[in-house]
Write a new protein. Sequence first.
Length: 335
Amino acid sequence: MNEQAQQAQAQALGRVMVLMGGWSAEREVSLASGRAVHEALISRGVDAIGVDLDRAGAQELGKRLLAERVDRVFIALHGRGGEDGQVQALLELAEMPYTGSGMAASAIGMDKVMCKRIWQGAGLDTPAFAMVDSLSAAREAAEALGWPVIIKPTADGSSVGVSKVDDPAGVEPAFREAAAHGEVMVEQFIAGGEYTVAILGEQSLPAIRIEASADHAFYDYQAKYEAEDTGYRIPCGLSAEEEARLAEAARTAFGLIGARGWGRVDFIRDAEGRHWLIEVNTVPGMTSHSLVPMAAHAVGMDFPGLCVAILEQTLGSRPHPAGVSTGGESADGAV
């Protein structure tokens, strides 16, 4: 893209507020994402300001948007408060266009149990699970599901509070760790390769196979953001036909919860080749270790180009209606 075209693009986007930080367990990751997005937009000539949003700032967000003469918002908030529909609701009240999914889809996307129930209802593969409200219930659920199991919070992302438990002795510490972050679920463990598919508009980007080192039982927080030996395979190693099936499953899962704009869907592929849905991310990470930028790079899109492409989806848009899809497309139309 030549300089004149970039200037026209930046002018069309107007003044952009990048929201980051927040008050969830993923605050530090969000700050890294937001700073990277802000710098990328500035590098493309976009009039962008970065805002570290706290609870008090959220209450005054509408006033600040007016004071700063903001035209649209790039949401780089992860976890509760920013990825779960709360900030989306505030932006809808302010009639401010913003990136990503609407209020209802964001809330569902953050709720692992609700996602799984929707996917189960549509006949998609997702591991069996049980909601538990006590240590004894967690023990009973683990025995019923069979060892090993995954114990995790029903909300939050970045594998915060998630544990793989191999035997009864591990249930108590895993339950207490998950319970520190809210409601808890016990989930069937599926052995297999970990894959993720990024969504951008109506398209899926190349799948990535994630290979955590032997020091990590699964792709946990440390493997995601701290380890230097986590492997990312693009191409992912699947046949073209199987990768196409995986991409279609990702788009279907994404659309069923009403998600739109951009995001990421995570899978486990078992030894029989079944693709098990694990979770959806409606505001994925945008850090140096993040997966969506890796997938975009594989199709020739650099990081600033990705940020602008996500932001351009808000052009000509009104605030997202809060509808939820019952099919493969969001209720308010696919972006």
